[in-house]
Design a protein around this ligand. Structure first.
Ligand SMILES: [Zn+2]
Length: 66
């Protein structure tokens, strides 16, 4: 029973963290490019760009989604 519980916890962690989406991304906030209240973030490592509402930061690399 403990083994089943352990497996469930591991699966849940993998689904939440989504390690395949995590790369060595270093997001830099570009305050010069403010558009309709959102902040543009640029990844220093791969050059990906994304705009998010103020107060939020991208959690993973978006380069593979374009
Ligand atoms: Zn990146």
């Amino acid at each position: 029973m403990i083994l089943v519980l352990g497996v469930l916890i591991v699966v849940a962690l993998i689904l939440v963290l989504q390690p395949w989406k995590r790369r060595e991304c270093r997001w830099r906030q570009d305050t010069r490019k403010l558009a309709d209240g959102r902040v543009l973030f640029t990844c220093v490592a791969c050059g990906a760009e994304t705009a998010l509402p103020k107060g939020r930061e991208p959690r993973y690399c978006l380069a593979g989604e374009k």
